[in-house]
Design a protein around this ligand. Structure first.
Ligand SMILES: [Fe+2]
Ligand SMILES: [Fe+2]
Length: 196
């Protein structure tokens, strides 16, 4: 069982799954286990397996590569690349909100994708605005050079091969792309007024 990072939306069913699958191994890293332990981690250390950024994991019929995505909201984050399919699991990166379920980003309005993508990256990794544009582009190339055919993630419809170039280009621009304003107290007041 691979955990990308220690946010509850990414490990909420950890104990239930590990209990239901007594032979499963928890694939994580030292820092992830350390941070989960601070909350609660009732999985015996004998069932842990630690993989660092760049490490590989033999899962029987293929070897998966743990590769940290360019943007993330926890220092424990690892993405997972499967060279046999070209699928890269990007955790929180390359994400976008959607108004309704959509199989791929090709199924959502192109302008909405651009706006949502910008919003998600700049809000989830606000430190991106402090990065040097070229240095960040260089780090983003780690993923671009893998031979990815498809990006999957926790908060996005699948990004198919037809949309990878745009996703990569948009991501590279994030250090110099202004973050949209977040909902403020006036927005909360309006929500509450509507509810009441
Ligand atoms: Fe997260
Ligand atoms: Fe997340």
């Amino acid at each position: 069982m691979f955990i990308s990072h220690d946010d509850s939306d990414h490990h909420g069913n950890l104990h239930e799954v590990m209990d239901a699958c007594p032979n499963a191994t928890l694939v994580a890293n030292w820092f992830l286990c350390e941070r989960l332990k601070a909350e609660r981690l009732d999985v015996a250390p004998t069932r842990w397996r630690w993989i660092g950024d760049g490490d590989t994991l033999d899962v029987g019929d293929r070897t998966l590569h743990a590769i940290r995505p360019p943007l993330y909201d926890s220092p424990t984050t690892r993405g997972l690349f499967d060279p046999t399919t070209g699928v890269y699991w990007a955790s929180d990166c390359y994400a976008t909100p959607v108004l309704a379920g959509a199989p791929t980003v090709a199924d959502i309005d192109p302008e909405f994708w651009i706006e949502g993508f910008t919003m998600f990256q700049t809000w989830n990794s606000p430190w991106v605005s402090m990065l040097d544009h070229d240095a960040f582009a260089e780090s983003a190339r780690t993923i671009e050079q893998l031979g990815v055919t498809t990006i999957a993630g926790a908060h996005t419809p699948t990004i198919p091969s037809t949309h990878l170039d745009q996703a990569f280009t948009m991501l590279r621009a994030m250090p110099t792309t202004p973050a949209p304003p977040m909902p403020d107290q006036a927005a909360l007041d309006q929500m509450l007024a509507t509810l009441q």
